[in-house]
Design a protein around this ligand. Structure first.
Ligand code: NI
Length: 217
């Protein structure tokens, strides 16, 4: 406990001092969310399922170095948007679309010397994915024979794992690359004329890739 308080006090002290900026770097680049193509069966029609396509957005990640080897990384991005397509008996049907924000927080261990140009890292963390702006597709509306169709996706909390590397070109600028696996699962519900028409558990479980520029303060 004493050690914990000491560490907390030290961390807060570092965060509030101007020197703390020396521990901060920002990575900006392309980030791709590539969902697991394995689909989920509809509970009502087991021969039919859905899958989610991949999407690339602007990624923004913040690295805070606790010491020479341990880094905390917050992964953020502009909202991803995905088409949801039918599989199996409804292969290719436009089921709908959704947007989501999947902020993740990782603890990373960086290998090699603090001043090395190239430093690979591994990380583990947690993800919270917020789905919004879900829209029912025209094929789904046609099958349900109504325009009053709503699609609802539950938010997801899950674990995440990461590997990556930083390559420093000079003291301030470098290249940041990472690949993560994120456990994202959501309950999807289709509501037609105010009644639940279809339900399914969708395992999105994506690989997330980022390639960007790193700027160290
Ligand atoms: Ni999963």
């Amino acid at each position: 406990m004493k050690q914990f308080l000491k560490t907390t006090a030290l961390t807060l002290g570092l965060l509030s001092s101007p020197i703390a900026f020396a521990n901060l770097s920002i990575n900006v680049g392309a980030i791709n969310v590539n969902p697991d193509s394995g689909s989920s069966a509809l509970n009502e029609i087991p021969t039919a399922g859905v899958s989610v396509d991949s999407n690339t957005q602007l990624g923004l990640t913040f690295d805070y170095a606790l010491n020479d080897n341990w880094v905390i990384e917050l992964v953020a991005a502009t909202p991803f948007s995905h088409d949801i397509k039918g599989t199996g008996a409804i292969k290719g049907a436009g089921v709908g679309s959704t947007k989501h924000l999947p902020p993740s927080l990782f603890g990373q261990y960086h290998f090699g010397a603090a001043n090395a140009k190239f430093r690979p890292f591994i990380g583990a963390g947690v993800n919270y994915t917020i789905f919004f702006d879900e829209k029912a597709g025209k094929d789904l509306k046609a099958v349900l024979e109504t325009e009053d169709v709503k699609l609802k996706l539950d938010n997801s909390f899950g674990l995440a794992a990461q590997i990556g590397a930083n390559y420093m070109i000079d003291d301030q600028w470098g290249i940041h690359a990472m690949a993560s696996f994120i456990d994202i699962d959501t309950d999807a519900k289709v509501i037609a004329n105010g009644q639940t028409a279809l339900t399914t558990d969708v395992a999105i479980d994506p690989f997330v890739f980022m390639l960007g520029a790193k700027f160290k303060f």
